[in-house]
Design a protein around this ligand. Structure first.
Ligand code: GLA
Length: 704
C-alpha cells in the first residue's frame, strides 16, 4: 500500500511486514524517515519531528552546511553530501554539481514495464517521485513498487534530460537507502568457478565497503547481493535488509557508514568506466533493485525473495510448472561423441524415467575441443550422421524430448564465423585480444551481429523438434569497446552489451514460447534475477560433488527459490573434486532444485539404475514442494558437520527434509534436529520411518 499524506508531505509505503516512510522537508529534500518494522501512519509527525526536522534546521545554518546527517533517497554530488553519490551528471561546462529537490509525484497501480530490461512483473502499486536538479536541467524519477503480500520492494531511478544541452550520466545507481547506523554486519556471497555463492558475514565499520563485478556479467566472484544485518540477526531472528538486482551486467553495491550515524546502502550499474550520453529530451533507466526487509532473520528474507522471484520475476508460464528432468551428456562424453555413443545414453536414459536428453557442447562446427567452432552453429555431420534429426528421432523412439546447448554470445578465433567477420568479436584495434577458454566474445552492442545470431538460432530451433535450450556463457569481457560506438559513447559499452543479451533472450523466448530455456555461465557465473526473468532456471555450478553442492546450494538459496537452481547427479569419483559420495546423497542434494542427471547411465550398475529410477519417482512426488514450498535451512554445512534443509508446503500439510552428514564421526552422540515451519497443531507422518508425531513435538524436540 502507498499513501501520500498531504498535510505532512509524507509518503507511507508498506508491504507485508514493513513500512517505508519518506517526507519532503521545507527545503525540498526527499528524506527517509523509516524503513523497517511496520509502524502506524499516525506516528509520521513524530518521525518528522524526531528525525527529519533537526537535520533540516541544521541545513538552514550555512555555517554548518552538511547533508551528512540526512537520510537521502538519492545522494547528490557537490552540495554537502560528502558520501558516495547515487547519480552523477556531468555537463558540457565540465561541472557535476547536483542538488535534487522534490517537484511532483504520481501513484499508479501495477509495476512499471521497463522496456529492454528485465523487471518485476504484475501487481503492486508504484510511486514515482520526481526530483529536479537545482544545478542542471535534469529530472530524476525515483520509482518504488510495493506489493501488499510481499516484503520485497522494487526500486529504480530514471534520469531525464529536460534541458537543451547534452549531458553525460557518469553514474546512475538504482537506489539509495540511508539507514540509521545500527552497527550492521554485511552479508555477501563470494565465490569462484566451482565455488559459487559462499556466504560471508563481516563487520562493515566506518568508510565504504564496495562489492562489485567488472566482468561484463554479474560473475562468480562477488554476487550482486548484499544484506545488512543487525547485530542479533541469525537464521531465525533479528532484522536484516537485503538488496539484489534484476540485472546481469557489471554492478556495484556500496555500504558506507559515516561519522554522523548513517549507513548508506546503494547500488546499480558499476560506475567504473561507465558513462551515458543523454541528449536533450532523452532518458536513461537504471535497472531495478529488489530490497527486502526481514524482521525475522535470514530464513524469512530467503522465503520472501523466493516467493517474489517465483511470482514476479520468472516467466509465469513456467514459474510453478514441472521442470524437465534432464540427462545431459557433458560429463558422460565431453566433446568426444558420435551417434553411437549418444544413442547408448539415450536408450539407457529412457529406462531411468528422465524426460529430456540434452546434447551439450560439441555438436556444431569443427568443435572437437574448446579451441574451435563457436559461432558455427551448423551440425557437425562427421560426428552426427543424419544431423540433429537422427538424435531427435532416437529420443522420440525412447519417449524422450530433446534439448540442445548453445553459447550464443561467443566466437572461436578458429571458426568460419570469425574468419568471415573478425570485426564481430569485441576487440580494440592494435591490442591483442585476451582469449578466455580459447574464445572471444561477440559484440552484442551491434544489431547486425545480434540479428545474425538470432536468425541462425531460429533456423535450428524451428527446423528441429527441440523442447529445451541450455544457453551458456563461458568467459567474461575484456577490451570493453566497440567500433560501433563513437569515442564519447565508449563508456556505454558494458551496459549496452547486456542490453543486447537481454534483447536476444527476449526475441528467442518470445519466438519459441514452448521451449524451456536454462541459463548457464561456466556453471553459476551469471546467476541473477535478471537472467531468471528470461530463463526460469540456471545451472547452479559445474561442481556437482555431493558435499560441495550442499554448500553451493545453501548459499544460493539465501536469495533464490529452489526452482531457480538446476541440480544434477553426476558420476563418481566426481570430475571436479575427485571425491566419491553415495548416489543416494547426490540424488538427495540434487532433489533440492530442478533435478537431473549428468552421467553415462550405461555405466551404472543395475542396482544404481534402480536407485535413480526411485529417486526420480520420489522427486516427482515432492516436486510441487520444490516449485511452490517454503524453504527452512536447519543446519549449516559451513558451521556444522550436518547439512539439513526442509521445504514445507504453503498449506503446511506436507514437508520434505533432506539431510547430509558431511563428516563421519565414530561413536557419535545423537543429534536431535528440530524441524521448522510446521503447523504445531497438525499430526505428521514421517514417511521414511513410518512414524507419526505432532508438529509441536517435531518442532520442539525434533527427529534423531
Ligand atoms: C560450461 C558449462 C558446462 C558445459 C560446458 C560445455 O562449463 O557450465 O555445463 O556445458 O560449458 O563447454
Amino acid at each position: 500500500m502507498i499513501e501520500y499524506i498531504q498535510s505532512e508531505r509524507a509518503f507511507y509505503l508498506s508491504g507485508q511486514n514493513y513500512s517505508y516512510v519518506m517526507y519532503v522537508d521545507a527545503l525540498g529534500n526527499l528524506q527517509n524517515l523509516h524503513y523497517g518494522a511496520k509502524i502506524e501512519k499516525a506516528d509520521i509527525p513524530y518521525l518528522i519531528e524526531e528525525i527529519g526536522e533537526p537535520v533540516t534546521r541544521e541545513l538552514h545554518d550555512l555555517n554548518f552546511f552538511s547533508r551528512e546527517r540526512m537520510r537521502c533517497e538519492c545522494g547528490a554530488y557537490g552540495r554537502g553530501d560528502y558520501r558516495e553519490s547515487t547519480v552523477i551528471l556531468k555537463r558540457s561546462d565540465g561541472g557535476a554539481i547536483s542538488e535534487f529537490r522534490y517537484v511532483r509525484h504520481i501513484l499508479q497501480d501495477g509495476a512499471p514495464n521497463i522496456k529492454g530490461l528485465p523487471h518485476a512483473r504484475s501487481g503492486g502499486q508504484t510511486l514515482a517521485v520526481t526530483l529536479c536538479d537545482a544545478c542542471s536541467d535534469t529530472e530524476l524519477d525515483l520509482h518504488y513498487t510495493v506489493w501488499d503480500d510481499s516484503d520485497v520492494l522494487a526500486r529504480n531511478i530514471v534520469v531525464r534530460n529536460t534541458g537543451k544541452e547534452t549531458l553525460t550520466v557518469k553514474k546512475a545507481f538504482s537506489f539509495c537507502l540511508d539507514l540509521p547506523n545500527r552497527n550492521y554486519k554485511i552479508l555477501q556471497l563470494h565465490g569462484a568457478w566451482t565455488r559459487e555463492r559462499t556466504p560471508e558475514i563481516t563487520d562493515i565499520g566506518h568508510g565504504v565497503v564496495r562489492l562489485q563485478s567488472m566482468r561484463g556479467a554479474s560473475g562468480f566472484e562477488v554476487h550482486p547481493f548484499a544484506a545488512l544485518l543487525e547485530r542479533d540477526c541469525t537464521e531465525t531472528q533479528g532484522a536484516c535488509y537485503g538488496a539484489q538486482f534484476v540485472y546481469s551486467g557489471s554492478f556495484a553495491l556500496t555500504a558506507e557508514t559515516n561519522s554522523y550515524g548513517n549507513t548508506r546502502l546503494q547500488g546499480g550499474i558499476n560506475d567504473t568506466q561507465f558513462s551515458w550520453e543523454l541528449c536533450a529530451g532523452e532518458s536513461f533507466t537504471a535497472p531495478q533493485a529488489l530490497l527486502c526487509y526481514s524482521p525475522q532473520g535470514l530464513g524469512a528474507l530467503s522465503r520472501a525473495y523466493a516467493d517474489f522471484i517465483r511470482e514476479h520475476i520468472v516467466n509465469p508460464a513456467y514459474a510453478y510448472k514441472h521442470r524437465p528432468i534432464v540427462i545431459n551428456n557433458w560429463e558422460a562424453t565431453y566433446f568426444d561423441f558420435d551417434n553411437e555413443k549418444l544413442f547408448a545414453i539415450i536408450d539407457e536414459a529412457a529406462h531411468l524415467d528422465v524426460d529430456t536428453f540434452v546434447l551439450d557442447d560439441g555438436w556444431f562446427g569443427k568443435r572437437n575441443d574448446a579451441s574451435s567452432g563457436l559461432g558455427d552453429w551448423f551440425v557437425n555431420e562427421q560426428k552426427l550422421s543424419g544431423g540433429l534429426k537422427a538424435v531427435v528421432e532416437r529420443c522420440k523412439q525412447n519417449g524422450l524430448r530433446f534439448g540442445l546447448w548453445f553459447e550464443p554470445e561467443m566466437v572461436s578465433p578458429d571458426s568460419d564465423l570469425y574468419r568471415a567477420h573478425p570485426d564481430w568479436a569485441i576487440h580494440k584495434k592494435g591490442i591483442e585480444p585476451i582469449v578466455g577458454r580459447k574464445q572471444l566474445v561477440l559484440d552484442f552492442t551491434r544489431k547486425d551481429v545480434m540479428d545474425y545470431i538470432f536468425e541462425i538460432m531460429r533456423k535450428i530451433l524451428s527446423e528441429n523438434d527441440i523442447s529445451y535450450v541450455k544457453w551458456d556463457m563461458n568467459r567474461f569481457i575484456t577490451e570493453c569497446t566497440s567500433e560501433s560506438l563513437p569515442p564519447h559513447r565508449q563508456g556505454e559499452f558494458v551496459h549496452r552489451y547486456i542490453l543486447g543479451v537481454y534483447d536476444l533472450a527476449e526475441r528467442l523466448t518470445n519466438e519459441f514460447p514452448q521451449i524451456f530455456f536454462e541459463g548457464c555461465a561456466s556453471g553459476g557465473g551469471r546467476f541473477d534475477a535478471g537472467m531468471l526473468y528470461y530463463f526460469p532456471q540456471l545451472w547452479t555450478s559445474d561442481n556437482t560433488d555431493g558435499y560441495e553442492r550442499a554448500r553451493i546450494q545453501w548459499g544460493t538459496s539465501l536469495i533464490y527459490p529452489l526452482s531457480a537452481m538446476s541440480c544434477h547427479v553426476s558420476a563418481c569419483p566426481n570430475h571436479q573434486t575427485g571425491r566419491t559420495t553415495p548416489l543416494r546423497t547426490r540424488g538427495a542434494i540434487a532433489s533440492l532444485g530442478a533435478t537431473g542427471y549428468e552421467l553415462n547411465p550405461a555405466l551404472l550398475s543395475a542396482e544404481e539404475k534402480d536407485l535413480c529410477r526411485s529417486q526420480i519417482a520420489e522427486y516427482k512426488n515432492i516436486e510441487d514442494l520444490i516449485l511452490c514450498g517454503d524453504l527452512y535451512r536447519l543446519s549449516s554445512p559451513f558451521e556444522s558437520d550436518y547439512f539439513c534443509e526442509m521445504v514445507v508446503s504453503k498449506d503446511k500439510n506436507r514437508a520434505y527434509v533432506v539431510g547430509e552428514q558431511l563428516r563421519a564421526l565414530p561413536n557419535s552422540p545423537v543429534e536431535y534436529l528440530r524441524l521448522h515451519g510446521l503447523d504445531e497443531s497438525k499430526t505428521y507422518r514421517i514417511a521414511e520411518y513410518n512414524k507419526t508425531a505432532s508438529g509441536k513435538t517435531l518442532v520442539s524436540i525434533g527427529v534423531a
